[in-house]
Design a protein around this ligand. Structure first.
Ligand SMILES: C[S@@+](CC[C@H](N)C(=O)[O-])C[C@H]1O[C@@H](n2cnc3c(N)ncnc32)[C@H](O)[C@@H]1O
Length: 381
C-alpha cells in the first residue's frame, strides 16, 4: 500500500513484514540499497509510462528503454544489444567517437540499445564512461528484459573455461555455457548480424569439440558464420593480442568480410610509442595510473615489456602479476594497461586496482572493435 505525503513530497510505502524480509535478502545479494532499487524501479516505471504516451512503437516495453531515451542521436541508425559488456571495450568500438594515440575514431552508425554485465565494478565503469545505463546482473535472470528486436547483438562471452590460462572445461563449463544465453537471445531477437568474441584457445585442438558445438549452435539459428583469428596489433593496437571473432549474418544481409589489417609486424605500434609519455608520471588514482607492488612471482607475470615491440596480451586474472615496465622499476600501471588495450585516456575505470585489471584484461581493444564494427556496417548496406 502506498501513501503520498503532499507536504513533504515523500512517498511512504507500507510493506508486509515477510515481503520486506524477502526484499532485504534479495537486495543483500545484489548489493543494492533499498533506495537505489526504488529509484531505479521508479525510473523504469516513469519511462514505461512516458513511452505509453508517445509513439515509438519499435521500442520494447521493458525497463531497458530507459537506456534508449538517453543520448540517442538521430543520425545513428543501427541498434545494438550488448551482452557480457564488461567495462565496454567492444561497445566503445561499436559506438566510435573516441581518440587515442593521436588518431580520431569517428562515431559509427551504431547505438547501444541495451547492455548487461554481472560485475558491479564493470557496470560502474560502463555507466561512468557511456553516460547511459547497463543492466547489472546475471544474464539468465535478465532474459525477459532483453529487447525483442535489434539490428546487431554483440558479446564476448566469458572465456575462462576456454582460455589456455583457465581451467579448460570447454563450452560446457559453467561460464562458457553462458554462450548459450547468447544463442538464446539471438534466436529471440533475430538480429541482422551478431558478433561473438572469444580467446584464441577456442581454435586450439583441445577445444575442437567446443568450437564445433559453438559453431553448430550459432549455425542452427540460420546465419552465415564467419570465424577468424585477429591480432589486435595488425589494427593499430600496441599489443599482440589474438582473439577470435565469430560473426553471423542473417541470410538477407551481405556476408561478413573481415576488416583488412592496417599494420604489419614491421609497423606494429611499440610499447614506447604507447606509454613513453607516462614514464616519469607519478601515481595518480584519478586517471588509474596506479600499479601493483607484487614481487616477481614464481609462476607468472615476470615478463618485462620490450620498448621496441608491442605489449604482451593483457590478462584479466593475473592477480597483480601484470607485466613489468620496459624501463621503470615497477609493473605497468592500469592507465598504461588501458593504453595497451587502446582505451582513450578519458576512459576512467572504477573499482580499484584488481577490478580495473580485470576489466582492462577482459576487454576487446576499442580500436579492434571499431574496425570490426566498420566491417559489420558493410553487411548492413
Ligand atoms: C570477456 S568479458 C567481456 C568484455 C567486453 N566484451 C569488453 O569488451 O569490455 C566477459 C564478461 O562477462 C561477464 N559475465 C560473466 N558471467 C556473467 C553472467 N552470468 N551474466 C552476465 N555477465 C556475465 C563478466 O563479468 C565479464 O565482464
Amino acid at each position: 500500500m502506498k501513501n503520498y505525503s503532499r507536504n513533504s513530497g515523500r512517498i511512504v510505502l507500507e510493506v508486509d513484514p515477510n515481503l520486506k524480509l524477502n526484499l532485504y535478502d534479495t537486495l543483500a545479494q545484489s548489493g543494492d540499497t533499498m533506495k537505489e532499487w526504488f529509484v531505479r524501479e521508479a525510473a523504469h516505471y516513469i519511462a514505461d509510462f512516458k513511452h505509453s504516451m508517445d509513439s515509438t512503437p519499435t521500442l520494447p516495453s521493458t525497463p531497458e528503454r530507459i537506456i534508449t531515451t538517453k543520448k540517442q542521436s538521430k543520425s545513428s541508425t543501427f541498434k545494438v544489444i550488448s551482452l557480457f559488456s564488461g567495462c565496454g571495450g567492444l561497445d566503445l568500438g561499436f559506438r566510435g567517437d573516441f581518440e587515442i594515440f593521436g588518431t580520431k575514431y569517428p562515431k559509427n552508425d551504431f547505438d547501444i540499445l541495451w547492455a548487461n554485465d554481472l560485475n558491479r565494478a564493470a557496470c560502474a565503469t560502463y555507466v561512468k564512461n557511456f553516460g547511459h545505463d547497463i543492466q547489472c546482473g546475471n544474464i539468465w535472470d535478465m532474459m525477459e528484459r532483453v529487447p525483442k528486436s535489434a539490428d546487431v547483438v554483440i558479446g564476448g562471452f566469458p572465456c575462462q573455461d576456454i582460455s589456455v590460462n583457465g581451467k579448460r572445461a570447454g563450452a560446457n563449463g559453467a561460464r562458457s555455457g553462458l554462450y548459450k544465453a547468447m544463442v538464446e537471445i539471438i534466436d529471440q531477437v533475430k538480429p541482422k548480424v551478431f558478433v561473438a568474441e572469444n580467446v584464441k584457445g577456442l581454435l586450439m585442438k583441445y577445444n575442437q569439440q567446443s568450437l564445433e558445438q559453438v559453431l553448430t549452435d550459432f549455425g542452427k539459428l540460420g546465419y552465415n558464420i564467419n570465424y577468424q583469428l585477429y591480432n589486435a596489433a595488425d589494427y593499430g593496437v600496441p599489443q599482440t593480442r589474438e582473439r577470435v571473432f565469430i560473426v553471423g549474418t542473417r541470410h538477407d544481409v551481405r556476408e561478413f568480410t573481415p576488416p583488412k589489417p592496417v599494420r604489419d609486424a614491421a609497423t606494429w605500434m611499440t610499447a614506447k610509442e604507447a606509454i613513453g609519455d607516462l614514464e616519469s608520471e607519478p601515481k595518480n588514482l584519478n586517471n588509474n595510473h596506479i600499479w601493483s607492488l607484487a614481487n616477481v612471482s614464481g609462476e607468472q607475470g615476470n615478463r618485462r615489456l620490450k620498448a621496441d615491440r608491442p605489449g604482451y596480451t593483457m590478462r584479466a586474472e593475473c592477480h597483480g602479476n601484470i607485466q613489468f615496465h620496459y624501463s621503470e622499476p615497477r609493473r605497468i600501471s592500469m592507465r598504461e594497461a588501458a593504453r595497451f588495450q587502446s582505451f582513450p585516456d578519458k576512459f576512467i575505470f572504477e573499482g580499484g586496482l584488481r577490478e580495473t585489471e580485470r576489466q582492462v584484461g577482459n576487454a576487446v581493444p576499442p580500436i579492434l572493435g571499431w574496425h570490426i564494427s566498420k566491417a559489420v556496417r558493410e553487411c548492413l548496406r
